[in-house]
Design a protein around this ligand. Structure first.
Ligand code: ADP
Ligand code: MG
Length: 341
């Protein structure tokens, strides 16, 4: 029984009294406290929560009532437990803008390995955000995902995050051989580079959602700093065709994106998803192509990069829908060495 226990661990491994929890904030912004320390959580409940991937008070604090209720079988108790977890990690509904500024300073950047692309993104791919790479077939989305899975392993001074990648492949286009090729050019041992990528093939949209639930158990233990979903929407589109299924599809997709945003924020990691483009039949004056997934993806993704094919191996990238990036374009090339300026 954990109810009476007072021992707590922060992420940095320092034991702290509850009162000091807010002072001993980790890089992620909230202390790591075992789920069993949450008021109202028995060891049996803690076990159920852990099995479902909720290891810490923080995981529970950011969960929805529905998610927890499904695990413990009562909505009322779920509400109580979530409230207790939020209190325990001192999650507050309001913070000052200064606190937000401090929190945002914890954000790290992962280099794409391409200077112009990094510049376009204001220094690289941000942690605590979902970055969406959109483009037609062959635009280079999967190549970028491969490159990032290598880049993340580099030390920070080389643009990486000294961590592992977790790669969710929905289209069976992940190629270890390509990773080895890129790793060699980045000065990494190709076999080590492969070991540092945790790979999951997602066979259905449900499976894809389940993999991200499972991923939560791995992120901290395995030092995962990048989660890739390539591609985000393909299963959802294939399984829920037509207008009649649109509402259900969008609801599920919304849940999936919320899941991704949450792991990005809670664990301070980078999340990169790819997305297809679909024809916009009634577009006469605007771009005839648009990203799949509609408003749900548009609102969910923090940053959106649109890739276009240029001549031969040249590709053009542009940020769109961003609140503070200017709309401009850069080019890069796809080569044997990976993606390069
Ligand atoms: P998307 O995922 O957007 O459909 P990809 O990322 O699979 O597109 O990009 C495919 C492109 O990458 C092709 O033009 C292909 O020629 C190029 N490409 C893939 N592997 C290599 C490589 N080893 N060397 C050079 N170009 C490559
Ligand atoms: Mg692809």
């Amino acid at each position: 029984m954990g109810k009476g226990r007072k021992k707590q661990d922060t992420e940095d491994g320092q034991g702290t009294a509850p009162a000091a929890a807010s002072a001993a904030v980790s890089s992620v912004g909230y202390p790591t406290i075992d789920v069993e320390e949450v008021e109202g959580v028995s060891s049996l409940t803690a076990q159920k929560l852990r099995e479902a991937g909720y290891l810490t008070a923080r995981d529970v604090a950011f969960a929805s009532v529905k998610e927890i209720a499904e695990i413990i079988g009562s909505e009322d108790r779920a509400k109580q437990i979530i409230a207790a977890a939020q209190k325990l990690i001192r999650l507050q509904p309001f913070i000052t803008a200064l606190e937000l500024y401090e929190k945002r300073r914890g954000i790290k950047r992962l280099s794409t390995g391409v200077k112009s692309l990094d510049d376009l993104l204001g220094g690289g791919i941000e942690t605590k955000a979902v970055t969406e790479v959109v483009g037609e077939f062959g635009a280079g989305k999967t190549q970028i995902c491969h490159q990032l899975s290598v880049m993340v392993q580099l030390p920070e001074e080389k643009g990486g995050l000294s961590g592992k990648a977790l790669y969710v492949d929905t289209e069976n286009t992940f190629r270890p051989e390509r990773i080895m090729q890129i790793a060699k050019y980045k000065g990494l041992d190709p076999n080590e580079a492969l070991k540092n990528i945790l790979y999951a093939r997602a066979f259905t949209s449900d499976h894809q959602i389940m993999i991200i639930d499972e991923a939560r158990k791995l992120i901290e233990n395995e030092n995962v700093k990048l989660v890739v979903v390539d591609s985000l929407v393909s299963h959802f589109r294939a399984e829920y065709p037509g207008r009649e299924n649109l509402a259900e599809r969008q609801q599920k997709l919304n849940h999936h994106i919320a899941q991704l945003l949450r792991i990005a924020d809670v664990y301070n990691i980078a999340v990169v998803v790819t997305n297809q483009v679909v024809a916009q039949p009634d577009a006469f004056f605007t771009n005839p192509l648009k990203p799949a997934g509609g408003n749900v993806v548009a609102h969910g993704a923090t940053y959106r990069i649109w890739l276009r094919k240029g001549k031969e191996n040249v590709r053009i990238a542009k940020i769109f829908d961003s609140p503070y990036h200017p709309e401009r374009e850069v080019t890069f090339r796809i080569t044997e060495e990976g993606i390069v300026d």
